[in-house]
Design a protein around this ligand. Structure first.
Ligand code: KG4
Ligand code: ZN
Length: 335
């Protein structure tokens, strides 16, 4: 089996995946949401200390399987360097003591493999990656070449939810709570926030202007002495719609130009139901199959890292522990 280790941001996770049957033998995650919530975002130093506590405890639980591990797949980029280093150091130590190869997995590639946890990969494929760190439209050809068609110049889709949640005092992470508040909206036409880069030729994303428009609205309501629950729900609704509209505005151009037969959406923010409904609609329009990861594997997890590692293992794409470098940025995107 392949051992997967994920610690790129604020989730410590470990998984065991069988090489032949793609059976998820073990999967466990310790999330740090509660600890970071008070600060309205991830505090790197705190994240590092929590990984140092969680990762050995998670590994201790799978000790009986150690002799069955054939390779260790670990997220080595991109991410918070102080968080990545926890998983990478542990993977290197284990690789030396168990005498098995180590496979450095790009976190974004890991998210793509969340679509194929229980099946072999099927290409070509279009992908929308929406997480707390990234917003990208990707095209992957039959030979596994990954082409980046669009990405964000500033904030990411998920991050913009986190920042709006912070401004509204809703805690961290903000995605699910903002989406939940939006469901209680009573006045759907009340806040029409500008859709970023609407009508602009550039095929790219930007969420900082939208975030600022939301900030100004919140401030105006605060200054006038009223910001009640109804206001918060209406703001969340207006913001979520503009953010999803922005994603779809650029994506619809890509759909017109590319003849996708399969399109997947991955990353923690792919749990957003408003976005999923819109993607469902566009895929139906273009007679394209929509691939979604099970909800529990949308957010960061080690199962997707083990799955990506298993692909590299069967293709004999392995490394020595000394070759694994850790990088806060993506250095290459290879499926
Ligand atoms: O993939 P992920 O777990 O971590 C990164 O790789 O960044 O994604 C986490 C992000 C957070 O920004 C979180 O607020 C967002 O995904 N998210 C959502 C939803 N659920 C999680 N964003 C929008 N709507 C949601 N329902
Ligand atoms: Zn992620």
């Amino acid at each position: 089996m392949i051992l997967g280790i994920e610690s790129s941001c604020d989730d410590s996770s470990v998984a065991l995946l069988s090489i032949d049957g793609l059976k998820l033998i073990h999967h466990k995650k310790i999330s740090q949401d509660a600890e970071h919530s008070a600060w309205g975002g991830v505090v790197p130093e705190l994240a590092a200390r929590l990984h140092t506590k969680a990762l050995p405890a998670l590994l201790d639980e799978i000790r009986p399987f150690f002799t069955k591990i054939k390779a260790i797949a670990v997220t080595n980029e991109p991410g918070l360097s102080v968080s990545l280093i926890g998983g990478v150091s542990m993977a290197k130590t284990l690789s030396m003591s168990l005498k098995v190869p180590i496979i450095g997995v790009n976190h974004l590639i890991g998210h793509i493999y969340s679509l194929f946890l229980q099946s072999e990969i099927s290409l070509p494929l279009g992908v929308l990656l929406v997480s707390g760190g990234h917003t990208m439209i990707l095209s992957i050809d039959e030979s596994k070449n990954v082409e980046i068609l669009a990405s964000t110049g500033d904030d990411s889709f998920g991050e913009s939810f986190d920042k709006v949640a912070k401004m509204l005092g809703l805690g961290y992470p903000g995605g699910s709570v903002v989406a939940q508040m939006a469901l209680d909206c009573k006045s759907k036409d009340r806040f029409k926030f500008p859709v970023p880069l609407k009508g602009d030729e550039r095929l790219e994303y930007s969420f900082s202007g939208l975030k600022n428009a939301v900030r100004v609205t919140i401030q105006r309501l605060k200054d006038s002495g009223k910001l009640n629950q109804n206001d918060i729900s209406d703001i969340c609704y207006g913001f979520e719609n503009a953010a999803c509209e922005h994603i779809m505005d650029k994506l619809s151009r890509v759909f017109k130009e590319r003849n996708f037969k399969k399109f997947g959406v991955v990353g923690g923010a792919s749990a957003n139901l408003n976005l999923r409904a819109r993607l469902d609609e566009i895929c139906k329009k273009y007679e394209c199959e929509l691939l979604l990861a099970p909800l529990e594997f949308c957010a960061d997890n080690a199962a997707m890292i083990a799955r990506a590692g298993r692909e590299r293992y069967i293709n004999n794409d392995l490394s020595n522990y000394k070759d694994i470098k850790m990088s806060p940025r993506t250095t290459s995107l290879l499926l």
